[in-house]
Design a binder for this molecule. Structure first.
Ligand SMILES: [Zn+2]
Length: 243
């Protein structure tokens, strides 16, 4: 039996699938992984992305932070791809119980997924740091002043609900992710190199015998997986779900 048909069989037999995904899920919607950076950034920015997207840099240099954020991390025109749609379909069929994602683009919800646990937050949610007022992505962008920093009518800076370097992950999202993964009868991991901690450590909570890894390249977890499929996450999942 080949890997693709084994995946299909396992999905048909499962009732509590959890998907754990990373940047590779969104690259198929043409959203680049900002960690996969090269020298190009140095022509435009004085600091590496990991420095700019940090809490201390946001505090000390909000203008440069928001310039990078707007130009390199926001893709408001991006659309869900085949992977997002297949996962939403599995949830609708009652088979998939949660999507745990490292992505911040909100594309799982755009595809129709309901129970999405966003480990690193979402660009779609923004709050005033002074009065806590909520702003959509579009409202945040249209609130940017001449210095490029988005401000509320109360003059407070509007901060994206995105987990920056130096900031901790949301405890509630973590505990719900641990609960989902530890109860899953099948865990599908895709589009992640499994190198970003603590998020990647969450898959250690899986206790079942059907851990599937779908990736274009090898990962440090390949040996622990029960099934490894090399390929496009969108193609593999849409074939497995028949959409
Ligand atoms: Zn405010």
């Amino acid at each position: 039996m080949n890997e693709q048909s084994l995946l299909k069989d396992w999905i048909s037999e499962s009732r509590n699938i959890v998907f754990f995904g990373g940047a590779g899920v969104s690259t198929e919607s043409n959203i680049p992984d900002f960690r996969g950076v090269d020298g190009l950034y140095h022509q435009e920015y004085q600091f590496p992305p990991e420095t700019i997207i940090s809490h201390s840099f946001y505090r000390s240099n909000p203008g440069e932070f928001f310039r990078f954020y707007k130009n390199k991390m926001l893709y408001p025109e991006a659309k869900p791809n085949a992977a997002h749609l297949a996962l939403a379909k599995l949830e609708e069929m009652g088979k998939l119980k949660a999507v745990v994602t490292q992505n911040i683009d909100g594309l799982h919800q755009a595809a129709g997924s309901k129970n999405v646990l966003e480990l690193h937050g979402s660009v779609r949610r923004n709050h005033c740091t002074r009065c806590m007022k909520f702003f959509t992505l579009e409202e945040m962008l249209s609130s940017m002043g001449e210095d490029g920093v988005p401000r509320c009518s109360c003059k407070g800076i509007i901060k994206p609900d995105v987990v920056l370097y130096e900031e901790g992950l949301d405890e509630d999202v973590i505990s719900r992710s641990v609960a989902s993964i530890s109860q899953a009868d099948m865990l599908i991991v895709g589009g992640t190199s499994l190198t970003v901690y603590p998020a990647a450590g969450l898959i250690d909570y899986y206790r079942g015998k059907r851990m599937v890894l779908i990736n274009k390249t090898v990962t440090p977890m390949d040996d622990k997986a029960d099934l490894v499929i090399s390929g496009s996450i969108g193609e593999v999942l849409s074939r497995a779900v028949d959409i």
